[in-house]
Design a protein around this ligand. Structure first.
Ligand SMILES: Cc1ncc(COP(=O)(O)O)c(C=O)c1O
Length: 428
């Protein structure tokens, strides 16, 4: 999350060294995905490098929401649950997300928040491996993943082991037979490091454990193959690279082979085998429908559904290739313009280990990100000292990247930022 830019002035690439300008122009001229930028409503004078936090507004969303509100809700009223497909929306939108993460239809449900879906997935995993006492998570995992690992372990009588992904193989060599589930993200949300999902999934399975992936920073940014890799469970949010809007519904993927035994902890009536039978006792629905909980957030689901059409006809391997080109170019700009001014790139230079963001450390990250926003460049920071720049290949150009780096160089060189650290509770 970040501050509102005002006034907006982003274009600053003109002041950058000519070699960088020429490279940006050449790379943008060769960009086969450039036309996809028109699928987003990006304000003039803004460079949006915060789509790994909140994606911008896709052009398909306003008309879809207008229709949902005025025609569906306003005119068709409650009949819309049947006539406008509201009831099926969690499964329909789940399948649309599934297509982006490599899941065949019928295994993904959309709704609730990532935190709720994590709770469901962790609890279900523990129930699927009742004889194993350990829950493995990453000490560097996003806070909600760590908190929920502790909560579920407490409720289910498990012990949490915090094992960095790079140490998983060694850990499993000693303790693997005791591990119920390995709960990781393929992307370090701070540094943008990309882990090897395939190798980590295989290592967990070789030990007889399940694997749960948090795909928040991966879905929509790179090709994913949850079915092919044999992933057991996955969750993710709808508001980052999927651009589904603030608080967009999250999703849960559960591999079909687990459905019959999938025990969900929140047995709401929408997950009942016969929700409108209003029976006294809970009987789970067959398939992924049992992971539904309560009445879904229909307007948000329809916004997310419309947002996902930005990916129509888009090959995610090309998105990945462009994303790597953008982050490589960012690292080059950082090297030439920013490291001499005290910035240190912490994102791996190795493209196989880099997701779709660049993070730079600087002791005054907060003030610098705010100053950037005032010049129309949206990025964010993660305490204590990281500036994060997310690139979404659907709408980001190499010129955008150069503009951001050139503004940051000017701000740092001029000392044109407030070095005061953020007050507790500030949204960063
Ligand atoms: C990896 C990861 N998981 C979960 C979340 C957030 O969870 P929720 O959508 O419940 O706020 C984030 C938010 O940035 C995240 O980066």
């Amino acid at each position: 999350m970040t501050t509102t830019p005002s006034p907006r002035t982003a274009s600053r690439a003109d002041g950058a060294p000519s070699a960088l300008r020429e490279s940006a122009a050449r790379l943008d001229a060769d960009d086969a995905l450039a036309h996809l930028r028109d699928r987003f409503l990006l304000p003039e004078g803004v460079v949006h490098l915060d789509g790994n936090s909140l994606g911008p507004l896709p052009a398909a969303v306003p008309p879809a929401l207008t229709d949902a509100v005025t025609r569906q809700w306003g005119t068709d009223l409650i009949g819309s649950w049947n006539t406008n497909g509201w009831w099926e929306a969690p499964l329909r939108v789940g399948d649309a997300v599934g297509a982006l993460i490599g899941a065949a239809p019928g295994q993904t449900v959309a709704g609730d928040s990532t935190s709720v879906q994590l709770y469901t997935a962790l609890s279900a995993a523990a129930a699927l491996r009742p004889d194993r006492p350990l829950l493995v998570t990453d000490p560097g995992h996003f806070p909600t993943d760590r908190y929920l690992a502790d909560a579920v372990a407490g409720q289910r009588g498990l012990q949490v082991r915090r094992v960095p992904p790079h140490d998983l193989a060694a850990f499993l060599g000693a303790e693997g037979h005791r591990v119920a589930v390995v709960s990781y993200s393929p992307v370090d949300f701070r540094t943008g490091e990309l882990y090897d999902m395939e190798a980590l999934t295989r290592a967990a399975h070789d030990a007889g454990a399940l694997v749960l992936w948090d795909l928040c920073h991966a879905a929509g940014a790179l090709p994913l193959r949850v079915d092919d890799l044999g992933v057991d469970l996955a969750v993710g949010c709808g508001y980052k690279f999927l651009s589904g809007g603030p608080g967009a519904p999250a999703y849960l993927y559960a591999a079909r082979r687990h459905h019959a035994a999938l025990e969900t902890p929140l047995t709401g009536w929408n997950g009942h085998a016969d929700p409108f039978g209003l029976s006294r006792d809970y009987t789970p629905a067959p398939g992924i429908s049992r992971a539904r909980i309560g009445t879904p957030p229909v307007l948000s689901l329809l916004a997310l559904e419309a947002a996902l059409t930005a990916f129509d006809g888009v090959d995610l391997t090309r998105v990945r290739a462009k994303s790597l080109s953008l982050t490589s170019f960012f690292l080059r700009c950082a090297d030439e313009l920013l490291t001499p001014l005290g910035f240190t790139p912490v994102t791996p230079a190795d493209p196989d280990r880099r997701a779709s963001q660049v993070a730079l450390s600087h002791p005054h990250a907060h003030g610098l990100v705010r100053a950037l926003a005032e010049r129309g460049v949206l990025a964010d920071m993660r305490a204590p000292d990281l500036l994060r720049f997310g690139v979404n290949a659907l709408y980001t150009s190499h010129r955008d990247v150069l503009t951001a780096a050139a503004h940051l160089r000017d701000i740092a060189r001029e000392g044109a930022y407030d070095p005061t650290p953020p007050a507790a509770g500030t949204v960063t």
